[in-house]
Design a protein around this ligand. Structure first.
Ligand SMILES: *Cc1c(COP(=O)(O)O)cnc(C)c1O
Length: 455
């Protein structure tokens, strides 16, 4: 098919969908650093982790050697309801920009949760059900993860308790109601329902919460409730593994037409969509079979890669979770009220952190108003109303395409369009009214949070 005109959308047939996830850690010579027990400072054992997470997910979390892990048939069947997701050739965007670059995006917003998060939610719910659990607890920031998990839990008939960061709970009542439609209970965090929530409220009265606080509350409820485990929508190795379905589909679609990307771009909050999108490409890079430029895009208000340090840190504010070695701003860092809620996390996947440290990928940060300018441009040209998080990748893809216009290079750019922005219209409203601001933390603020890193 090499000489055929590339269609606007490259779809895969059902039988071309991946049957296994790809575990990039298997091809890394230097592995990501292990999670540590915050008490003993020793690597977390499977037994310790299984108090918090489902058994099979613990195995996936700790597995640094198996390259392909079969996707259970039940999960593949669920995937078929909304996958394969299209790989779109952005002909309209290319033309409007007047660039010789060829731009593709992998669109993950075609499901009710509106993002890629469903890819891991369904896997995590499946393993919880298989273990005979009653339910799961989790946190949600902007609401996409909570929505995805509610959908997955209702499919497998599991109870789902979501702690939603208070400012989102108040700002996004519609997301909350979508979760309740799928049967989840939603509690604003910090709350009076947990010991850690009460402690945080006593120390910071009136706080509007953070992902770190909500994680602490969800973990507390999971470990103290019979038949419950905690699930997390990003950061962990297991989540990157599940999200590799994005990259595997992307690569299969490109291979169909003999297309080799030069640049692969994704937004990075905890690193799951980017880790998933790049997985098979990074695998080729690690094995010396191909080379790609890979760019992580983060908000200037929460710049974990570009201004953080590579160190062991807590994953949550309450300091109950294991320590992870990652690029971090410090678990004490509370980012400004940026509208890309899904990117407001102080840390980063330890797998991506290690790859970044080995200089196998790059990172850049962009300001909120530049992101929304790109989001609006993209909506008008390509039709899709993008999520603010996804628009970070759009911004950099457009910038790279404009660079090609200057140099005349016909580079092939692939970026991850992680979701839609229908629940983010308050942010769009602020942008349209000229009320959006760009808050960039000062060196002093970053230093203050860094000083509290565990030694
Ligand atoms: C959660 C989310 C992100 C960021 O999370 P990652 O784990 O870094 O992928 C990006 N885009 C959307 C739409 C999200 O919901």
């Amino acid at each position: 098919m090499k000489n055929e005109k590339i269609p606007y959308k490259i779809y895969l047939e059902e039988n071309e969908m991946p049957k296994s996830w790809y575990n990039v850690r298997a091809d890394m010579q230097k592995k990501p650093a292990p999670l540590l027990n915050p008490g003993t400072k020793q690597p977390m054992t499977a037994e310790e982790l299984s108090a918090v997470f489902c058994d099979e997910l613990v195995q996936q979390e700790l597995d640094d050697t198996t390259p392909y892990i079969e996707i259970p048939e039940e999960i593949r069947n669920f995937y078929k309801m909304y996958r394969p997701s299209p790989l779109v050739r952005a002909y309209c965007l290319e033309e409007k920009l007047g660039t010789p670059a060829k731009i593709y995006y992998k669109f993950e917003g075609n499901n009710t949760s509106g993002s890629h998060k469903l890819n891991s939610a369904i896997a995590q719910a499946y393993y919880a059900k298989k273990q005979g659990l009653k339910g799961v607890t989790t946190e949600t920031g902007a609401g996409q993860w909570g929505t995805a998990l509610s959908m997955a839990c209702s499919y497998f008939d599991l109870d789902c308790k979501v702690f939603m960061v208070k400012c989102s709970y108040e700002q996004k009542p519609f997301r909350r109601e979508v979760m309740r439609t799928y049967g989840a209970s939603v509690t604003p965090s910090p709350s009076e329902t947990t010991a850690i929530g009460r402690k945080i409220l006593a120390e910071h009265p009136g706080t509007t919460g953070s992902l770190g606080c909500a994680i602490s509350e969800a973990v507390e409820v999971a470990v103290s409730s019979e038949g419950y485990r905690y699930v997390l929508g990003s950061v962990l190795n297991q989540v990157l593994l599940h999200q590799s379905v994005i990259g595997l589909e992307t690569k299969a679609a490109l291979d169909k037409y003999g297309i080799k990307p030069d640049i692969i771009i994704g937004c990075a909050g905890g690193g799951s969509n980017l880790g998933g999108l790049i997985a098979p490409f990074m695998g080729e890079k690690l094995r010396g079979e191909a080379d790609y430029r890979i760019i992580a895009v983060e908000p200037a208000s929460c710049p974990s890669f570009t201004r953080g340090v590579y160190a062991y840190d807590f994953c949550d504010t309450g300091m109950v979770c294991p320590l992870a070695k990652m690029y971090t701003l410090g678990s004490d860092f509370i980012p400004s009220a940026n509208h890309a809620g899904g990117l407001r996390y102080h840390g980063m996947s330890s797998t991506l952190s290690e790859l970044y440290d080995q200089k196998l990928m790059e990172a850049t940060s962009v300001t909120q108003t530049d992101v929304f300018q790109a989001a609006e441009y993209f909506a008008r040209v390509e039709g899709i109303l993008p999520a603010p998080e996804s628009s970070h990748a759009i911004r950099v893809a457009i910038d790279e395409a404009l660079r090609c216009k200057e140099t005349g290079e016909e580079k092939t750019i692939v970026f991850g369009l992680t979701g839609t922005g229908y629940f983010d219209m308050v942010a769009y409203e602020k942008f349209h009214n000229g009320e959006m601001t760009d808050t960039i933390p000062t060196d002093e603020e970053l230093e203050a949070a860094r000083a509290k890193l565990p030694r």
